[in-house]
Design a protein around this ligand. Structure first.
Ligand SMILES: [Zn+2]
Ligand SMILES: [Zn+2]
Ligand SMILES: [Zn+2]
Length: 139
């Protein structure tokens, strides 16, 4: 999702397009993948407080356009599409690809049903080497 789309998506949802929030969204898209500390640093000098940055990151995360990578020791954020998806993460170059698979979603529900659980959410990250890294690294 590119910046104008993201801004538009937010305003469609009724979020005002305020200057500081827009600046945080623009920085997030510019960085693509970043830690909280990195985006705070990126916005330094724009007179945007940490609290605003963190509130906006939380907002974007709750809207599903920003995901935190759980297997990443830095818990980096990555800009994503708002549909439900999972991540393929390259352990070498850190490339992140969104993937969807209805069969996986069904399997998750089936597993939970069997155990008598009512699902509230699930996390799935697939870690490996992307095609480019496999090609450049003879095993
Ligand atoms: Zn994502
Ligand atoms: Zn890679
Ligand atoms: Zn899923």
């Amino acid at each position: 999702m590119v910046e104008p789309d993201l801004i538009e998506y937010l305003s469609e949802l009724g979020f005002r397009d305020t200057g500081p929030r827009r600046a945080v969204v623009a920085a997030a898209i510019h960085l693509g993948r970043f830690t909280a500390a990195e985006i705070v640093e990126e916005l330094r000098g724009k007179r945007i407080g940490r609290a605003t940055v963190f509130r906006t990151l939380d907002l974007l995360t709750s809207l599903g356009v920003l995901d935190q990578l759980h297997s990443d020791p830095r818990h980096a954020y990555t800009v994503c599409s708002p549909r439900h998806h999972h991540h393929l993460i390259c352990s070498s170059c850190s490339k992140v690809v969104e993937v969807t698979a209805p069969a996986v979603e069904r399997a998750v529900r089936t597993m939970a049903d069997k155990a008598g659980y009512q699902v509230q959410g699930h996390l799935l990250e697939i870690i490996g080497l992307c095609a480019d890294c496999q090609a450049s690294k003879p095993s």
